[in-house]
Every structure is written in C-alpha cells, then in structure tokens.
Write a protein of this length. Structure first.
Length: 95
C-alpha cells in the first residue's frame, strides 16, 4: 500500500503540511531575533533545500538550529554560506 498522498495526522496531505512548515519557518526566521531574509527554502520531492547567505558563523548555527527544530522529521539539505565581512589584509593593487 502506497503512502504517497496520504493525509498526515493533522488531516493535510504531506506536501501541504511540509509547505506550511516551510512557510512558518521562513516567517519565524524573518520576524524573529535573527531577522534573517537571506535564507531561502524549497520543497524538492521528499526533502527541503535550504540555501542562502548569512553574515556570520553564529548566525549560520542559529539558522541551522531553527531549521532542525521547525522541520524535524523532514530530510533537509543545507547550503548556507557565511559572507566574508572582514577587512582586507592587504592593499588592492590597481593596474
């Protein structure tokens, strides 16, 4: 018996439930203390792809922790990059 398209315990089909959880997570990241707008999430089949750029490693860890909490039970693939914001260590040479 196939479980594809079967309703989740809450009554919504699994894809709708995952989409709802993703939307809730995006709202949580944007409106919470992180204020993170540079992270995108996309449902791809049975898994969620999380991509984007954050300003620091602690911010990346906070985003990953929040993603794990909110999307527990779903396969999540994270490709979050930390932007380099440090000062240059040498002068730029122009031609």
């Amino acid at each position: 018996m196939s479980t594809q398209g079967a309703a989740s315990p809450g009554g919504a089909p699994p894809a709708l439930s995952a989409e709802y959880r993703i939307a809730h997570l995006q709202d949580r990241l944007a409106s919470g203390e992180l204020g993170e707008l540079g992270v995108r999430m996309e449902l791809r089949g049975d898994s969620v792809l999380v991509t984007g750029t954050v300003p620091s490693e602690p911010c990346r860890e906070d985003v990953l922790r929040t993603v794990r909490e909110e999307l527990a039970g779903l396969a999540v693939h994270c490709d979050i990059v930390v932007s380099e914001t440090s000062s240059p260590d040498h002068a730029e040479e122009l031609p």
